[in-house]
Design a binder for this molecule. Structure first.
Ligand SMILES: [Zn+2]
Length: 88
């Protein structure tokens, strides 16, 4: 009985995943042929734009991209240089 449910559910789940994935690909295709690649402003590594945080920096509103690892590193650095009790 359990195996029967499994056999029915698995193809349905796989079909759903494939269906969602192909729909997402179609969505990105309407924006552009390939996903945009940007360089992280800190480590200079290339990442798909979806994995980067875009921030306007400075009075000219220049947009910089930051990758998750660099944000993590900055946060760690911030934690190490500021005292959580006094905020100094
Ligand atoms: Zn980076």
């Amino acid at each position: 009985m359990l195996f029967g449910i499994f056999v029915i559910l698995m193809p349905t789940a796989i079909w759903l995943i494939l269906h969602l994935m192909s729909r997402r690909e179609n969505d990105s295709e309407s924006e552009g042929p390939t996903e945009a690649i940007e360089v992280c402003a800190i480590c200079q590594e290339e990442f798909p734009i979806s994995q980067l945080l875009e921030k306007e920096v400075g009075e000219y509103g220049r947009v910089y991209c930051f990758c998750g690892q660099c944000i993590e590193n900055l946060y760690q650095e911030y934690q190490n240089t500021t005292d959580p009790k006094t905020g100094e």
